[in-house]
Design a protein around this ligand. Sequence first.
Ligand code: AMP
Length: 249
Amino acid sequence: MKILVAVKRVVDYNVKIRVKPDGTGVDLANVKMSMNPFDEIAVEEAIRMKEKGVATEIVAVSIGPQQAQETLRTALAMGADRGILIKTDGVTEPLAVAKLLKGVVEAEKPDLVILGKQAIDDDCNQTGQMLAALLGWSQGTFANKIELADGKATVTREVDGGLQTLDLTLPAIVTTDLRLNEPRYASLPNIMKAKKKPLEEKTPADFGVDVSPRLTVVKTVEPAKRGAGVKVASVDELIAKLKNEAGVL
Ligand code: AMP
C-alpha cells in the first residue's frame, strides 16, 4: 500500500505573527518556518502504518517555494521514502493545491492520501475536502483514529459533541486532527540519511494547473489587544459588571 502525505511549509506555531503595515497580509521576512503541525501528524500516522507492515511506501508532497524543500526533508527525516516539490511563488490557494495534488495522485496512484485538517497559516480547512471532491473519493476528515484492513479504512472523526466512526473504501482521503498521534522528532542520523532520499521537483505546468489566485485579500488586521483585568470586591459587584459592562448576563 502506498500513502501520499501533503506537507505545507507554514510560519512556526511559536512565532508571534506580525501583520504587514499596509494590511495586505502577514509579514514573512526573517520568520521561522516549519512543517504545518497537522501535517507532522499526517507523516507520523503514515510512518506508523509502514512500521506495522500495512504500508510499503510513503511519498511526501509539498507545494510552495524552493524552501519548502526543507519541509520535505523533515518529512523524509521522520521516515517518508520520497519527496515531491511542486514549485510555486506567492500564495497558492486550496483549490489550486487540491488540483495539483490530484495530478500527483493520478501519477502516483496511492491507496490513501493523508493531509492535515487545516494549515495553521490560512486556517482554510478546505484542501482535503476539495481533493476528495475532485477525485470522487471517500473522505474521513478530523481523524483521531485510522485503522486499515481488508481494503477499507475505519476512521474515527472528532465531530461536535462526540466521535463518529466511518468505514471508507480505499482509495480514500483522510485529514488529521490533533489527537491522532504525537509526531516523533527526527533523529540526527535520520536527518543525515534524509539528505540522500529522492526529492523530485515539478512545476504546476507539469500538471496543467493554473495556480493564479481567485481570491483577493481585502485586509488583514491583528486581533484587538486584551484590556487589563480588574479585581472585584464581591459577587454582587461581579454580577453587576457582567450585566452592565460585559453585557453577558
Ligand atoms: P488548508 O485547506 O489550507 O487549511 O490545508 C489543509 C491541508 O492541506 C494541510 O494541512 C496540508 O496537509 C494540505 N496543504 C495545504 N496547502 C498545501 C501546500 N501548499 N503544500 C502541501 N500541502 C498543503
